[in-house]
Write a protein that binds this ligand. Sequence first.
Ligand code: UDP
Ligand code: MG
Length: 167
Amino acid sequence: MTQAVLILIKPDGLKKSLTGNILTRLSETKLEIVAAKMVRVSQALAEEHYKQLKDKPFFPELIGYIRGELHDRKKVMALVYWGKDAIKKCRELAGATNPEEAESTSIRGSYGRITTSGVYENVIHVSSNESEAEREIKLWFQPEEIIVNLFSVKSEIEKECKKVTWA
Ligand code: UDP
Ligand code: MG
C-alpha cells in the first residue's frame, strides 16, 4: 500500500545535530522524500498538531517542546516520505514513543531521553496511521510544496492578497 507519512525532526534532534543521522536512518526505508522544509512552529500549529493530547497533563510542556522553547531551537524540519508501507517502516525505525522502552538501535532508543518533568524528548515525530498522516500533512504543507499529488485539491482566485516575492 503506497502511503505518505509526516516526519518532523523535533528541536532536540536539531540541537543535538542529529539531522544527518536521522535522514540516513530513514533512507534505509528506500522511501521517497516528496516534501521538506524548516518550520518555525506557532502556538496554533503546535496545538492543532497535538490536539488529541490536549487533555494530558504534559500538554503545555509538549507544546513548548515542539516549539523549541526547551532547546533554544525555535524550528523543526518537516518532511513527507512516500512509498510502500511508509508509516509502518518509519514508525519501526523511530521506535516506541517512550525512549526508554524503544529498541536501543531505533532512532528514539538511540537518541531520546525523558526530562525530569516527564516529557519524552524523542527527537522525531512520525504519523501513526493513514488518517493522521493525511490530517498532519495538510496541516504542515500546502499542495504546491509537495511534488506528487497526494490528496485532492481545489482552486480558488485570491483577491487583493499581499504576497512577498524576491526583490
Ligand atoms: N509524550 C510524552 N509523554 C507521554 C506520551 C507522549 O511526553 O506519556 C510526547 C512525546 O514527545 C510523543 C508526543 O507526546 O512523541 C506525541 O505522543 P503520541 O502518543 O502521539 O506518540 P508518538 O505518536 O509520537 O509515538
Ligand atoms: Mg502520535
